[in-house]
Design a protein around this ligand. Structure first.
Ligand SMILES: *Cc1c(COP(=O)(O)O)cnc(C)c1O
Length: 738
């Protein structure tokens, strides 16, 4: 998934500031001038640098949503590689410092590699590994709120081993704990106590739907920074600090700083990520270089003894080296590859703002006590289940319906909360999975309920009643044998392994306003309530009820149920172009289908194009070949019907037979058509629009089929006015299939 929104400029640029602050920590620029000033700058203010890097990693990594189980692994591998390289880089320096001559070398080395870093600043990398993994696992297992509580406790433990150590040192048991801990690691500012909270905050900000206002964020950031200065000064004055990385006010300060940075929008500077990392990695080396140079040039008084000049010299050498290395890498190395592979062929664009709008409009049309159950089966009607479901979850939808148990499991793995109803048949043997992923299973008839119950696993279920569609569901005849069937139903309620929290039916002609069809639908509804009444008379507590799908809502809005199962209308379209409905809602299409022109050729009058030579040019023509075919869901039935596509806001007809992966368009009437231009097959381009229902009608089918058949190899591109939905791909360069 990617968006066209780029709003990480602030983050990109602050990386550089953070890297320079870290150089300050290690060179004390104000040391020559003021001890107090140096403390404030390097022991308090500069302490925001490392948490900022943790938060940035968290922002791109930690989410309650994920469609890539391997994302954590990719991050861990990359960080471990960088750490390995850094360790190697500093071996000479460690030899020179006599590191390998220390006593108990092996235990100390293990301690350093795991917690403290093999050179003073390298602790950041193992802390990123440990902290990132802890945050990831916590969020996936217990959600953000509880994860944050755990991380906050860890941070507090760390705090008392750091800036607040003086308060706890002498306390019997507690002091003992820290004495013990300091055998394991020299500090508490590490991957366990320090990093997780910042990883979580980063991810939290990225996942959140709402953001602080710019003025609020900046003001609060400044207030917190000053509070931290006060905190640091007091702790310093009373000499309570064992170390000075962790402050109470550091956490809120970072939170507001990050929020404020998100308001700096503009061009992205991804290269600053590499440059700041390089500065961070090599600056200790540059300290050595500056000192050596000073010795050789007899400039020690200026370059080393004057702390400010020393700092500047290290900054200039580190930054120049890093910029040069990055430029060299871009020029001669493999560089940064274009990450949006796949969009060069066929892709769908989903408009998440329209999805939000549709949810609002549909909810307004429903009775107030009723909840929207989003039907996201079949890759959310071809829109991409991950993008659709996570967005719905984000905006507060708490009930979903899928067709199969595997879709349900997929939803849970994505991080979807709330009720997930499996509408179709699930083998009873898979009861354990239903339970494990907390899915509700539709009971398709009495036999099925018995078999599922017999699995001995407690599962949630909704009973489906057949009221005339004769597809899935319990059939209760309305004659003398009804009693027997109602008995069976009440037995299902009593089954000890089934927790019945829903009962529903499905309408089969709710889309029609024809008199007979309306009559039939009313009978279906009446039948449903009749059965419920009989169950009530048996003393059964009626669980949540639901009847309507999209057309059920649009044509029978007066029904008062607990859920409406909306599918097609959620995606902003109806099944047919001429749909007659009682309610007219302002629904907006979510999906556009697009592809690229890969070749433009001229042909002479009389020449033919494509399989079967089905198209004959009646004049000299220009033909554009477009990279989409029936395997992408653009049906071959649309061949030879003069179906248009849109290029540069103008219609142009498809000619010849649609192939599996390509189709041809006659662009003779269009000027300036060239390779790489975007072709809209469904959606709007300029003033022209091709709607999905109209295309579906051309295929003698309904929108539902057209959309749900959009192929797996069509990439999903999400567009919204939010600010963070492209982090999935931008961080690790993995894109999501539809
Ligand atoms: C697919 C499905 C829906 C959604 O129907 P739409 O017409 O797309 O809103 C609702 N209920 C059941 C049982 C379904 O299978």
């Amino acid at each position: 998934m990617r968006t066209t929104n780029k709003s990480y400029t602030g983050i990109d640029c602050f990386r550089m500031i953070a890297a320079i602050l870290i150089i300050a920590i290690h060179t004390s620029p104000l040391g020559t001038y003021s001890e107090w000033g140096d403390f404030i700058l390097t022991r308090v203010i500069a302490r925001i640098a490392v948490p900022f890097f943790f938060m940035t990693s968290g922002f791109f990594l930690i989410s309650r949503y994920s469609n890539q189980a391997e994302r954590l692994r990719v991050y861990m591998k990359k960080t471990a590689l960088i750490y390995g390289a850094a360790i190697m880089l500093y071996i000479p320096l460690n030899i020179y410092n006599g590191y390998f001559r220390m006593e108990n070398l092996l235990p100390n080395m293990i301690k350093d590699i795991v917690f403290d870093g093999t050179l003073y600043h390298l602790w950041y990398l193992p802390a990123s590994l440990v902290g990132g993994a802890i945050a990831w696992v916590l969020v996936r297992k217990i959600g953000f709120h509880r994860a944050f509580a755990v991380a906050a406790v860890l941070y507090l433990i760390g705090l008392f081993g750091d800036s607040y150590y003086g308060l706890i040192e002498k306390v019997p048991v507690l002091g003992g704990f820290y004495t013990l801990w300091f055998q394991v690691s020299d500090y508490t500012r590490n991957g366990i106590f320090f990093a997780p909270v910042f990883f979580l905050l980063g991810g939290w900000i990225a996942d959140a739907q709402t953001r602080l206002r710019q003025t609020a964020a900046s003001t609060l950031c400044v207030v917190m920074l000053f509070s931290m200065l006060a905190e640091g000064s007091i702790l310093h004055y009373f000499q309570l600090q064992r170390h000075d990385s962790m402050y109470l006010f550091l956490v809120p300060c970072m939170y507001f700083l990050f929020q404020a940075l998100l308001y700096f929008r503009g061009k992205r500077h991804v290269w600053l990520r590499d440059v700041s990392l390089l500065v961070y990695m090599i600056h200790p080396m540059m300290i050595v270089v500056v000192r050596l140079a000073a010795k050789v040039l007899h400039l020690q008084t200026l370059l080393v003894e004057n702390s400010a000049v020393h700092f500047l010299a290290v900054v200039v050498t580190s930054v120049s080296f890093s910029v040069f290395a990055e430029a060299f890498w871009q020029r001669f190395g493999s560089g940064r590859k274009e990450q949006h592979k796949g969009a060069d062929r066929a892709y769908i664009e989903i408009n998440l703002d329209n999805l939000t709008h549709n949810v609002q409009v549909l909810c307004e049309a429903m009775p107030p006590e009723c909840a929207l159950m989003a039907v996201v089966k079949a890759q959310a009607y071809g829109h991409g289940m991950y993008e659709i479901a996570t967005h719905l979850d984000r905006i507060g939808v708490r009930a979903f319906a899928a067709a199969t148990v595997d879709e349900g499991i997929m939803l849970r793995r994505f991080g979807i909360r709330g009720e997930i109803l499996i509408l179709g048949y699930t083998q009873p043997e898979r009861a354990r999975e239903l339970r494990k992923y907390d899915l509700s299973q539709t009971l398709v008839d009495y036999d099925y309920a018995c078999r599922l119950n017999a699995q001995g696993v407690h599962v949630k279920a909704h009973i489906k009643l057949d009221t005339g569609m004769h597809r899935l569901g319990f059939w209760v005849p309305m004659d003398s044998s009804a009693g027997k069937e109602v008995q069976k139903l009440s037995r299902v309620f009593a089954m000890k392994n089934l927790m019945i929290n829903g009962i529903f039916t499905h309408l089969c002609v709710a889309d029609s306003l024809d008199g007979n069809d309306v009559l039939f639908t009313r009978q279906q509804i009446a039948r449903f309530y009749k059965i419920l009444n009989r169950l009530k008379k048996q003393g059964i507590h009626i669980p949540k009820i639901h009847i309507q799908s999209s057309y059920g809502l649009l044509n029978y809005p007066e029904l008062k149920c607990d859920y409406v199962r909306v599918g097609i209308s959620l995606y902003g379209v109806l099944s047919t172009p001429d749909a007659q409905t009682k309610l007219h809602l302002d629904l907006r299409p979510v999906l556009s289908l697009k592809a690229q022109i890969v070749l433009v050729r001229n042909i002479k009058a009389g020449e033919r194009v494509g399989y079967g030579r089905a198209f004959v040019a009646d004049r000299d023509s220009r033909i554009a070949i477009v990279s989409i075919g029936y395997a992408d869901g653009f049906s071959r039935i649309l061949s030879g019907k003069g179906q248009n596509v849109l290029i540069d806001g103008q219609p142009a007809p498809i000619v010849g037979r649609i192939c599996m992966d390509q189709l041809a368009v006659d662009v003779t009437k269009l000027s300036d058509v060239c390779v790489g231009m975007i072709v809209t097959l469904i959606g709007r381009d300029g003033n022209e629009e091709i709607t999905a229902p109209a295309v579906a009608e051309q295929t003698d089918s309904i929108t539902n089929e057209l959309l749900s058949r959009i192929g797996m190899r069509v990439m999903v591109t999400a567009v919204d006015s939010g600010y963070c939905s492209d982090r999935t791909s931008s961080h690790v360069g993995i894109r999501t299939g539809s």
